[in-house]
Design a protein around this ligand. Structure first.
Ligand SMILES: Cc1ncc(COP(=O)(O)O)c(C=O)c1O
Length: 424
């Protein structure tokens, strides 16, 4: 195949795409092929992908077992809409009820994470008959009007006319505690703040990521979600967990909220759900679902190809025990990063669970080393490794690879990162 190359793509991008679409790297490559944890560019150069298309490709790029089923379904029946009966959407809903925690049972399918959160929020309003929401600083929930307002990261809140019905509470960001306190002496003050906000009783729900992805892999301490659940129960406010980044084995459990042993009222998911085929969903229990009876349909939501892709993805995650792999390799990966941190003071904090890991880069005095991260990412890329960048100060080096990576891949990253940091 004749590739037009990065320069020609950039030219078309500058001319024909809305300028809100940014890309990584001063010298970007044209990616032309994916194979499990690897990408190849237009020159045939191989890259180890440690970002997984932002936590999407949990089962690996072009996983042959998934692609085969997608192709078979595409060749048989691609689309009908939900006004006709097809089997994959029903099988998938049944499967999700089996793998999600507690009494979560009834699903609605759509095409993206933003839509899933928008739908989850609507359902919370229908059930509670209240219209206000609480969300968390540094959280990200999407690009629709409501989900952008629920988002707590300034750079992703483009809306010039923000909604007044949303209150943000401080994140469980122990490395930079909003109250300058230390866990566990803090007595989880950030969670307790929720009570001050909702105690007048007019909030429909709290929406929260179990681990904040875009916010910089912010990982709440033990006890946090149990306390949040208790406070919400007291004030009849629902818990919506946004598992768009954390779901499907990423953190070492099928869903990240399971680390805290808490069952949400509504859970949203997307990204890894169908391993790259556009797909979103929210799931709830029988009681809450009963509040949504007026017609609701998403034209392509849960269509035969997307639902087949999701079923095939879940099959692969279960068959190859990818959540267990994420836990074991995640521990190994995190220990390697902690080892590097002993030698490199720029690595201020290492956090996350499973294969959702972040390294907060700092200068002396703990100021965010935002000015250094782009050069580190570029050098990693030049040496064949792709990693991510998150955090409100854009200073968190982020790893969310396909869950099929190996110890060798991690060792390779370790060596390359060690050399780069030694020169930084
Ligand atoms: C936690 C979280 N929720 C929701 C979204 C929005 O998902 P989408 O881009 O599929 O609309 C994202 C996207 O990055 C996300 O990280």
């Amino acid at each position: 195949m004749n590739y037009i190359g990065p320069e020609a793509i950039l030219k078309k991008k500058q001319e024909y795409l809305i300028p809100c679409l940014y890309h990584f790297y001063k010298n970007p490559m044209q990616i032309v092929r994916g194979e499990m944890q690897y990408f190849y560019d237009h020159n045939g150069k191989k890259y180890l992908d440690l970002y997984g298309g932002v936590s999407v490709m949990n089962a690996g790029h072009c996983n042959p077992e998934i692609v085969e089923k997608i192709c078979a379904q595409t060749n048989t029946l691609q689309h009908t809409t939900t006004i006709y009966l097809t089997q994959p959407i029903a099988d998938l809903a049944e499967k999700l009820s089996e793998i999600t925690p507690g009494n979560l049972k009834r699903s609605f399918f759509c095409a993206s994470g933003s839509e899933a959160n928008e739908g989850a929020a609507l359902l919370a309003q229908l059930f509670t008959k209240k219209n206000k929401f609480v969300s968390v600083e540094q959280g990200l929930h999407g690009r629709t009007k409501l989900t952008m307002n629920l988002t707590g990261i300034p750079m992703w809140r483009t809306d010039p006319y923000p909604s007044a019905n949303i209150t943000h509470i401080p994140a469980a960001y122990c490395y930079r505690c909003a109250y300058n306190l230390t866990y566990p002496d803090c007595d989880l003050k950030c969670a307790r703040h929720l009570e001050d906000v909702i105690k007048n009783g007019d909030f429909a729900a709290l929406i929260i990521e179990p681990i904040q992805g875009n916010g910089g892999i912010i990982t709440p301490p033990p006890g946090y979600f149990q306390l949040i659940r208790e406070i919400l129960n007291t004030y009849n406010t629902l818990l919506i967990t946004d598992e768009v980044q954390t779901g499907f084995g990423r953190t070492g459990k099928t869903f990240a909220i399971e680390h805290w042993d808490v069952v949400p009222d509504i859970m949203s998911m997307a990204k890894a759900l169908a391993n790259g085929t556009p797909m979103g969903a929210f799931i709830t229990n029988d009681t809450i679902a009963a509040a949504y009876t007026m017609p609701g349909a998403s034209t392509t939501g849960g269509n035969p190809v997307s639902a087949t892709a999701a079923l095939a993805t879940i099959d692969v995650i279960e068959k190859y025990r990818l959540a267990e792999n994420a836990r074991e390799l995640g521990d190994y990966f995190k220990n390697k990063l902690l080892e590097l941190r002993q030698k490199h003071h720029i690595m201020g904090d290492v956090r996350g669970k499973g294969l959702m890991l972040g390294v907060e880069l700092v200068n002396e005095g703990k100021t965010p080393a935002s000015e250094k991260i782009d050069s580190i990412l570029e050098q990693l890329k030049d040496q064949g490794i792709l990693a991510g960048k998150t955090g409100i100060s854009r200073n968190v080096l982020t790893f969310q690879p396909p869950l099929v990576i190996t110890r060798n891949d991690i060792d390779y990253l370790y060596g390359v990162l060690e050399r780069i940091l030694s020169k930084t």
